[in-house]
Design a protein. Structure first.
Length: 730
């Protein structure tokens, strides 16, 4: 790579490893030094590239020939612009200031990871691949571990380095264009005197000598080419040029060869850089960072063996906590990870401790995080300490702030009333009346402030992208009513749609059906509805047995029972009764509760979770896998106090965010008022919920996924009959 006036040697992989070791030995961190020159350099590079691009375009319009490197620049300038925009987006000033800085003899004060990236680019002529990046970083980290932030910044630094290299090539192109244009100017001024007025030639040569043109290979080559091509007797101009280049130890022919070599080298270098920019976009840097990270190697030694089975976002959240602890304790990130691992291994040896304490995440994002922070000597910011105090005493903090704000809102108007009135009865009445809007206003402010302070916490999940394991087998249960043949057909159709969006060998789909309320136990149309539902489930199973060798569909139908409280024949306890009896059936009890069952009963063994939906609820693509993977995470698994039958840690029920369907958004004024972000998948972002974020619990509205055993243990015989409606908040 030609960079300025120097040429770097292309290294083999062995030499790249040696380079990494040399850099690690040479780099000395400058503590408490913050720099922000990368973005400034990027802006300079952008200006040079745009100027050169404009120069080449202008030259083409004027009918001049272009060099191969210039053609590469023109053809790929849209890609270069895109890479510059990407670099600006992924490199905020705050991130730049967090990168460790070294004082390098060549680069002065610069981010350490940028220097490594530049050396890699320089010694590969801009032709990057994963192997070279692995080698130099592995060798470097044998001497000095890199921070996680630096590893994540590495592809950004490579992008910046390639843009910087393109800037040098662009400068070479621009310089050649200027020199060639200058050569053309003087050659054209000499061609006419040679042909028509030879006596003026000496004066023209003198003028050129006085102007002092740069005797570059581009100038000499272009000048001699034009003179030789257009003059019968070019001796005098060429003799003068030869005299000028003698001092460089080169001949005209040598300069012509050098010009060709420079063009070829620029073409190779720019093609390498463009190919490498595409390589950066195509590479999965998540795998690269995890492979390079010393922290990741420690975390994968998790005694519970759950860490490596989690999804990337969850693993990344663990690593972010390690970064935070290391930053605010002035510790090495690997040491923080090792301390968390040590706690997990101690818990593995202690039989009396909860099983979750054997998982390393318990000390990073779980209840024992403060234990790790105390050990590492973390000095959190004031806002973080305030946030944790609110979480530690949620009810006191919430009600205390609400009461204080209400009093403050009432203080001034109440004082004015006292000063201007002596009728205490009237004062009390007015104060009580004003208290209602004051409380409502205070409630809105408190909720808003709480949401600002308590950021939504992403759920930890397992990685089930390759399929839900047998240990997390799930039944998607849809309580419904068989009230007409079109209704039955729609239920069957919707069940198939849910399956098509969430196909998995260990996700089963079932309808929990009742007949409509009636004055009699049996109606004439009952058998017709039941047969239609049975045939629909049977046809679905036959359809997918032929194409996928699977029979994932079920029907669980109940007969009517007399309800003395409502004086009607109906399904026992309606929706709640269906789920309760399904739970009992799946655990081998009360098999007689369902009058009709259709489906392969051999597949109902070992059901761990039930995902219940209303008949009109949709299940977006891969949402079932997401919910199951969340429930299966060790920190989300319910831990129950068997004495009180109450979930003490984790969650027995996970309720997803419920949104209004796009087609129903404008069906009424109510839906228009309450619906938002219509048409957007509600599971693509974290959303604040004041009660969930502050109190870590919420109200169940009948839709969601629950742990079958935990649900049964905590709720069995808890609710009285005929007291809970199907959509009551529980």
């Amino acid at each position: 790579m030609i960079e300025g006036n120097s040429t770097s040697t292309i290294y083999t992989m062995r030499q790249m490893e040696q380079l990494g070791q040399v850099l690690a030995f040479r780099h000395k961190i400058c503590p408490k030094v913050k720099i922000n020159i990368l973005l400034n350099r990027l802006k300079q590079n952008e200006d040079v590239l745009r100027t050169t691009h404009k120069l080449v375009v202008t030259s083409l319009r004027e009918g001049h020939k272009t060099t191969p490197a210039a053609e590469w620049l023109l053809d790929n300038f849209h890609l270069i612009e895109e890479q510059i925009r990407t670099s600006k987006l992924h490199l905020p000033k705050s991130f730049c200031r967090e990168l460790p800085v070294v004082n390098d003899p060549k680069w002065k004060l610069q981010a350490r990871i940028y220097l490594i990236a530049r050396e890699l680019i320089n010694h590969t002529d801009g032709r990057l691949d994963c192997e070279g990046a692995y080698r130099i970083l592995q060798a470097y980290q044998k001497q000095t571990p890199l921070r996680l932030g630096e590893l994540w910044a590495f592809p950004i630094m490579l992008r910046l380095g390639l843009i910087d290299s393109l800037r040098h090539i662009a400068e070479s192109i621009a310089t050649s264009y200027v020199d060639q244009s200058n050569a053309k100017f003087w050659a054209e001024r000499m061609i006419m005197p040679i042909i028509e007025e030879p006596q003026k030639l000496i004066a023209t040569i003198a003028q050129m000598a006085k102007s002092g043109p740069r005797m570059s290979s581009a100038f000499v080559s272009e000048f001699s080419r034009r003179i030789q091509a257009n003059c019968y007797s070019p001796t005098l101009p060429l003799t003068w040029i030869e005299e000028q280049v003698v001092g460089q130890g080169l001949s005209l022919e040598s300069h012509q060869n050098l010009a060709s070599q420079d063009q070829a080298h620029d073409q190779i270098s720019i093609s390498n850089c463009i190919a490498s920019l595409r390589f950066l976009d195509e590479t999965d840097w998540r795998d690269f960072v995890e492979k390079m990270s010393g922290v990741e190697a420690v975390l994968r030694a998790d005694p519970s063996q759950d860490y490596s089975k989690m999804d990337f976002a969850t693993r990344d959240s663990y690593r972010h906590v390690i970064e935070y602890i290391a930053r605010y304790s002035d510790s090495d990130e690997v040491l923080v990870a090792q301390a968390a691992l040590a706690f997990a291994r101690e818990a593995e040896d202690g039989e009396s401790l909860p099983r979750t304490t054997r998982h390393i995440g318990e000390y990073l994002v779980g209840h024992y995080r403060e234990k790790l922070e105390r050990k590492m000597g973390v000095k959190s910011k004031l806002l973080e300490r305030f946030r944790r105090s609110i979480i530690a005493f949620p009810l006191f903090s919430y009600l205390g702030l609400l009461s204080l704000l209400t009093v403050l809102l009432l203080f001034l108007p109440t004082r004015l009333l006292i000063e201007n009135s002596t009728q205490w009865t009237l004062l009390i009445i007015i104060t009580v009346v004003m208290a209602f809007p004051a409380i409502q206003c205070a409630l809105s402010i408190v909720n808003w402030v709480t949401v600002l302070i308590l950021k939504p916490k992403p759920w930890s999940r397992m990685d089930f992208t390759k399929g839900v394991p047998v240990s997390a087998r799930t039944m998607v249960a849809v309580p419904c009513m068989l009230t007409s043949l079109p209704t039955v057909e729609k239920l069957i159709e919707n069940l198939e749609i849910r399956y098509l969006g969430n196909r998995d060998d260990n996700i089963l789909y079932g309808l929990l059906s009742d007949l409509g309320d009636s004055d009699a136990e049996v109606q004439d149309s009952d058998n017709q509805f039941i047969e239609s539902a049975v045939n629909g489930i049977r046809e679905l199973n036959e359809k997918y047995a032929r194409s996928e060798n699977r029979r994932p569909f079920y029907l669980f139908h109940r007969s009517r029972q007399w309800n003395s409280g409502e004086n009607v024949w109906m399904g026992y306890e309606r929706k709640r009764g269906k789920l309760s009896q399904l739970n009992a059936y799946l655990r081998g009890r009360h098999r007689q509760d369902f009058a009709t069952i259709e489906g392969d009963l051999n597949n109902l063994n070992d059901i761990r979770y039930v995902l219940t939906l209303d008949a009109d609820s949709t299940l977006p693509r891969e949402t079932a896998q997401t919910l199951i993977s969340t429930m299966a995470h060790p920190l989300n698994r319910p831990r129950i106090d068997m004495t009180t039958r109450v979930v003490k840690e984790g969650y027995a029920i996970l309720q997803p965010r419920i949104t209004i369907h796009l087609r129903d958004r404008r069906s009424s004024h109510f839906t228009r008022l309450l619906s938002d972000d219509f048409g957007i998948d509600p599971y693509t972002k974290s959303v604040s919920d004041i009660y969930q974020d502050l109190f870590r619990e919420g109200s169940y509205i009948g839709k969601g996924i629950y742990d079958l055993d935990a649900f049964e243990i905590t709720l069995d015989s808890r609710f009285p009959e005929n007291r809970i409606l199907s959509h009551d908040l529980i």
